[in-house]
Design a protein around this ligand. Sequence first.
Ligand code: NAD
Length: 353
Amino acid sequence: MKFIVTGGAGFIGSAVVRLIINNTDDEVLVIDKLTYAGNLESLSEVSDKGRFHFKQIDICDRKSIDMIINDFRPDLIMHLAAESHVDRSIDNPSTFIETNIIGTYTLLEAALAYWKSLDIVKKESFRFHHISTDEVYGDLHGTTDLFTEKTPYSPSSPYSASKASSDHLVRAWHRTFELPIVITNCSNNYGPYHFPEKLIPLMILNALEGKPLPVYGNGQQIRDWLYVEDHARALYLVATQAKVGGNYNIGGYNEQKNIDVVNLICDLLEELVPNKPNGVINYKDLICFVTDRPGHDQRYAIDSSKLYHDLGWKPQETFESGMRKTVEWYLKNSEWCNHIKDGSYARPRHGIF
Ligand code: NAD
């Protein structure tokens, strides 16, 4: 099969591409603008494979997208390209509106025109898989209820509102124009190649340098965490096996308070890196509480039983095993981290692909 993966140089997109290239005979074309969050070094493991291709394109650029789709002729499009960081969406919502809403609309139009041009057999099997977040549901205030596929949308941040808008567009293109789509909404991911502005890598890398570990508010906010490779397996399954119009929640059944996540990172570092930076006696002494994020959601928790019942997916990692793998990965891959710190990951790499 031939996949187009938008956002394939990002955190989750690169995990999907590595999974497909390393475990199947499928061919993948990554479309990515390479914003600050896109990193070709996250694809270096697969970049010399003949079944891997890369185009640096903005998903809002309809002309280029049309050309690439018509030239490559994909069986599936997996759409992960997005602006994804909530704090950045509060500081500067406009790029979120542009990429997440206009970009998704542009891709839908291009995918629809391509789909209409296919013969009847290819038309039947084509899928547009839109990858989204559980943050579209807003937050939960009780301790036991879960987001299901039927939970009404109630996004809180510019990020989640832009993702909710894109989900609605995708559904509308299915209902009105019959584009064969599937949608997945997933909880917080963690794992290797995560950009260091996000909670888990930020805490690991700050602790290793003896810098403060800033926790929003009182740290009691609850998130459900899923190891990124478990998410990538779920996405491949849904893209290739779900029925048209299908919509799946994906989660790890791993609810954790933010402060407990940070404490676990400190415990793992105590064990794995007992030689601490100068002046640090316990990693936990670096924890400090900072002013809460405006509109901060209190609790996310997700019911992914539909995906389990329909397609047999369940996560392979527990939070403890996934976190241990993650911390070990950051310890072994200081070069990847250093290239982000010194900005060299973002320099043009002509001729690499
Ligand atoms: P990321 O920020 O790590 O990667 C996004 C990628 O999209 C980057 O490679 C970036 O260069 C690319 N991109 C951004 N704007 C673009 C544009 N205009 N044109 C082409 N490429 C563009 O994000 P991620 O964490 O990998 O998330 C991927 C998708 O999964 C997003 O749609 C996000 O909403 C969703 N999601 C993320 C999480 C999570 O915990 N990270 C959870 C659930 C859903």
